[in-house]
Design a protein around this ligand. Structure first.
Ligand code: ADP
Ligand code: MG
Length: 693
């Protein structure tokens, strides 16, 4: 490692004096010399070879050279400029459909030209339409490397950008940009090609480089760049993980008395998976450093109980716990559950929501502040200014993907006292594919509940075209008569919430009229919190048999007796949403059915989604396929805000690189912390801010 520093971040002004070009560069995300270095070609042109005209292969761009034999502008079938070019082996026609007067002049008879393009065999023999063309001298040398083609933007030419990149790569002052950041020993044991060599051979591949390997990004030089990118991500995530782990948290020992009493009062025993994640969480809580754990488990795997047990561990050590959920319905449901579980243990549970009356709210706030309430359950209202905890030891965030980074941070900060932070447990509704949790969630420890409670019969999924709505309605009636309960989920209308609401109201009216003997209820997002709770309560108690709902019931709602669900316009919904919705049934002993109604014609993506949800019930598999369909950016949702996405590495293809980067990251953080810093700085610069959470 050289003693020079890696000057990766400079102002964009240093790149070019032209403000116009600066603006265009910014549009490409280029704000520093390092960004130019990493602006890698999207493809290449091979100008290192010349083919005799009669031997030029077809199907790819090739270079030929010859003398212009004649040229003419013809007008039929449309105006075009046609040149005939000959070399020793044959003749080729160059056809330009758009051209300038200056080109007619330049490509005069007798001139020697070099063309790069695809040869096609038309009616008049071999021809190239709109090749790259220039006049050359007799002994014009061939390019010594492949010619890079970069992604550009309007107003910034290939030539200008290529020149800027070339300047940076060739300026001795900028040589540190290409320094090796990975210690030599690691480079050797992992058989990595050098960084500099890789960058240079990606910008300017030598002749005979296998373009197919470059194009598929599987060339060793590409592997190195992708490895470095993944390594930077691992390093920054793990660095922040370590930083947070170095802070102090209350030691919440596992005394087991409360947990034991609690378990004894349950109607079931915990699954092995629940017990083992609980052991992981317990161990974390008993440590002096803040836990930062993500609890994953499929829909219905029983995460709530685990959250309750964790809360009890905090409480029996004299610390408060808080549970935050993204929607009022879900938060309320958690509250009901927790209150029912905890009150027999003499633990007061507080309920905080945005829609509470002022007086009620005051009482709750003071119970939280004085510590009479040891558990607080609520929506994001929990981290508002007026809330102050007596002594918060554990913050639990359900459906963490619904919250932004800042909201999670805010709840954590609520519990900060002097330099002591509360422990944090995040729960995700939708399973996260392994590669994704290894990369974007590498700043967290992960626990996985990998089995469902026993006795669940899998939900049978049916796809039914909208035209068969009558049959579906008849089926509902039959089910309700047999004492089963049914969800009817109304279409998601993204463009208009009002329209969505209207549809739900109409559907409810229509179904009530069709089934006068049934009790039909309606729940939607615009209802008052109290109304929502009331209707959910009545559904839970079985007073309402058919619940018409908008997608507000998507997350978390738990009514085991409901065993039939109809989802209208399922083709509009995302995979995780469908999986979540479907997870509302199949919670009891009855065999459950989920009917997905769709409207034709189906788009390609909608067809794929419906096929996946029809074929699979395992949330991890669905998540994997969802990631494949949508890519990590969309899949990550809220967490993505502020998270630097991977540009080069592809989590599906590069799993092996990711594993390697993970272990190298550990090694570097332990043994070469300075190299680690330099590497992160090179790749992420100031983009690591968000991680201070
Ligand atoms: P999720 O993981 O989707 O949040 P919940 O925590 O809501 O799932 O649990 C789903 C249902 O399974 C609830 O009714 C819960 O009481 C029940 N349950 C949880 N654990 C078990 C278990 N070990 N045995 C039987 N039922 C369980
Ligand atoms: Mg849940």
């Amino acid at each position: 490692m050289s003693g020079r520093t890696v000057t990766s971040r400079t102002s964009i002004k240093a790149l070019t004096p032209s403000q116009k070009i600066q603006e265009k560069l910014l549009r490409l995300g280029i704000r520093s010399e390092m960004d130019l270095v990493l602006h890698l070609p999207i493809r290449y042109e091979d100008e290192t070879h010349l083919f005799p005209i009669d031997q030029a292969p077809q199907g790819r761009a090739v270079q030929v050279e010859g003398t212009i034999v004649d040229h003419e502008v013809i007008v039929k079938p449309r105006r075009q400029f046609v040149c005939r070019i000959a070399d020793n082996s044959g003749v080729l026609v160059m056809r330009l459909l758009n051209f300038y007067g200056s080109q007619i002049k330049a490509y005069a008879t007798g001139k020697r030209v070099r063309l790069l393009g695809e040869v096609r065999h038309g009616f008049f023999g071999a021809e190239m339409v709109h090749p790259k063309c220039r006049v050359v001298a007799e002994d014009e040398p061939l390019a010594v490397t492949m010619t890079p083609v970069y992604s550009i933007t309007a107003g910034l030419s290939q030539k200008t950008l290529g020149k800027l990149i070339h300047q940076v790569l060739n300026n001795p002052l900028h040589a540190p940009l290409l320094d090796e950041t990975i210690p030599e020993k690691i480079v050797r044991t992992n058989q990595l090609p050098g960084f500099k060599q890789s960058i240079l051979s990606l910008h300017y591949p030598p002749p005979d480089t296998r373009i197919d390997l470059l194009q598929t990004r599987s060339h060793p030089a590409w592997q190195r760049i992708k490895f470095d990118e993944l390594l930077a991500q691992q390093l920054s995530m793990r660095l922040h993980y370590r930083q947070r782990r170095s802070l102090t948290a209350p030691k919440l020992l596992q005394k087991k008395t409360l947990q034991k009493t609690f378990k004894a009062q349950l109607a079931f025993t915990l699954t092995t998976a629940q017990e083992s994640v609980m052991a992981e969480i317990s161990r974390d809580l008993a440590s002096r450093h803040p836990m930062q754990r993500l609890l994953q488990g499929d829909v219905g795997s029983g995460k709530t109980i685990v959250a309750a047990m964790a809360a009890l561990q905090a409480i029996e050590n004299g610390y408060q716990a808080a549970i935050m959920a993204p929607t009022e319905i879900l938060a309320e449901q958690h509250f009901q559950k927790m209150a029912a579980w905890f009150e027999p243990l003499d633990i007061q549970v507080a309920w905080l929501s945005g829609s509470q009356k002022k007086k009620e709210r005051q009482a709750v706030l003071s119970a939280i502040e004085s510590g009479t309430a040891m558990l607080a359950v609520g929506t994001h209202a929990l981290f508002q200014e007026q809330v102050s905890f007596h002594q918060l030891g554990l913050a639990i965030i359900d459906e963490q993907h619904r919250f932004g980074v800042h909201q999670r941070l805010a709840l954590r900060m609520k519990g900060m006292q002097a330099d002591t932070l509360p422990h944090q447990l995040m729960m995700s509704a939708t399973p996260i594919p392994r590669t994704l949790s290894m990369s974007y969630f590498a700043d967290l420890d992960v626990s996985i509940i990998d089995e469902l409670p026993p006795g669940r019969s899998p939900v049978v999924t049916k796809l039914v075209a909208d035209s068969r709505r009558d049959e579906v309605v008849a089926r509902i009636q039959q089910a309700c008569r047999q004492g089963r309960q049914v969800y009817w989920v109304c279409p998601l209308i993204e463009e208009s919430e009002t329209l969505q609401l209207q549809t739900a109201v109409e559907t409810c009216d229509c179904l009530s009229r069709t089934f006068p003997e049934l009790s039909v209820g309606l729940v939607h997002g615009r209802m008052q919190a109290q109304e929502k709770t009331e209707i959910m309560m009545r559904f839970k108690l079985g007073e309402v048999q058919l619940l018409v709902a908008t997608t507000v019931i998507e997350v978390g709602v738990d009514v085991p007796n409901a065993s039939l669900m109809v989802i209208e316009n399922a083709e509009r919904m995302g995979l995780s949403q469908l999986h979540q919705l479907r997870g509302r049934v199949g919670r009891g002993v009855d065999a459950s059915v989920c009917i997905l109604m769709y409207q034709k014609p189906l788009s390609e993506i909608a067809r794929k989604r419906l096929k996946i949800i029809f074929e699979h019930t395992d949330g991890f598999e669905i998540a994997r396929q969802d990631l494949h369909l949508r890519g990590p950016g969309e899949f990550l949702g809220a967490r993505q805000s502020g998270i630097p996405l991977l540009r080069f590495a592809d989590l599906e293809q590069d799993g092996a690189l990711l594993t390697a980067a993970q272990s190298v990251a550990d090694e570097m953080l332990n043994d070469y912390p300075q190299s680690a810093q330099r590497h992160v700085q090179r790749w992420l610069g100031d983009k690591t801010e968000y991680l201070r959470v």
